[in-house]
Design a protein around this ligand. Structure first.
Ligand code: OGA
Ligand code: MN
Length: 282
């Protein structure tokens, strides 16, 4: 299959034109896609027509899939697919309408956070609902010395469901879901297991404290760190088209959803997410 890889911005991201992911990729093409993912951090495969099973099959080539703690937003006949949707049935959202209200990396609150996430756009709004992606290698390289010193060798405490807004599908996690996601700690700066490059892993949605520091110092450093990581120079905003399948590397990218139109009844955004499991953060 002939295909093109075109960078989307100076900071990260490339679109891939001409690949049909409903068909299995041959090994050479798959290897090239994997390398492009390491090089560009976020891939956008345009013009796809994928069944949930097609998406699961492609995602699974990168590793075993992870399931989300919010278990009633998954497709009943394909539970590896999480539904992100602003559509309603009998007044209730049919999926999570507001994943990612703050900058984060998926499943960072697990012992083994996600390697990568694929999000497939089935219906997109005319405007609004972009996803922001930030390059954490670049943020790490640009850390001012005082901040680099303050976080060197430190670990942060990560928690699920703490900072979510109340309009969430389930209004947060149930007790069972909470029990399954106790606080964990991870290094604030991690080394990517495949590229060997360092990046900032702590993010505002899940990293709530720095281990071993008192609350005031911890929150001062995290506030300064998160002001740094959210700078426009590190960010690409993806405007979705129907048929886009994005694939981001949670080990070196933070992302955020634009929820500014979430209360507008005319705002329809409907997506399928798969999550590839990762290893320990080191
Ligand atoms: C996610 C997520 C962002 C968005 O699916 O993990 O954060 O823009 N989504 O929907
Ligand atoms: Mn997310």
């Amino acid at each position: 299959m002939p295909y093109d890889i075109r960078p989307l911005s100076d900071t990260l991201g490339a679109e891939i034109i001409g690949l049909d992911l409903a068909q299995p990729l041959d090994d050479a093409t798959f290897a090239a896609v994997r390398q492009a993912h390491l090089d560009h951090l976020v891939l956008v495969f345009r013009d796809q027509r994928l069944s949930p099973q097609n998406q699961v099959a492609f995602s699974s080539r990168f590793g075993p899939l992870d399931r989300h703690p919010v278990t009633d937003a998954v497709l009943p006949d394909c539970p590896d697919v999480l539904v992100l949707s602003t559509k309603r049935k009998n007044g209730a959202f049919i999926g999570l309408p507001d994943a990612g209200p703050m900058w984060h990396s998926d499943l960072a609150y697990r012992e083994h956070p996600a390697l990568g996430t694929m999000l497939y756009a089935l219906e997109t709004p005319d405007y609004g609902g972009d996803t922001g992606f930030a390059n954490m290698y670049k943020a790490c390289e640009a850390l001012p010395k005082h901040l680099a010193d303050a976080v060197a060798g430190k670990r942060a405490v990560f928690l699920a469901g703490r900072n979510n807004k109340n309009r969430s599908f389930r209004k947060g996690l149930t007790k069972v879901e909470k029990d399954e996601t106790p606080a964990v700690t991870h290094p604030i700066i991690r080394t990517h297991p495949e590229t060997g490059r360092q990046s900032i892993f702590a993010s505002p949605q899940h990293a709530v404290a720095i281990e071993g520091l008192d609350e005031r110092e911890s929150s001062e450093i995290l506030t300064a760190l998160f002001d740094h990581t959210a700078q426009p120079d590190f960010i690409y905003h993806h405007k979705w088209r129907v048929g886009d399948l994005t694939f981001w590397d949670n080990r070196c990218v933070q992302h955020i959803a634009d929820l500014s139109r979430i209360d507008d009844p005319a705002y329809i955004r409907h997506m399928h997410r798969t999550t590839i499991g990762g290893g320990p953060v080191e």
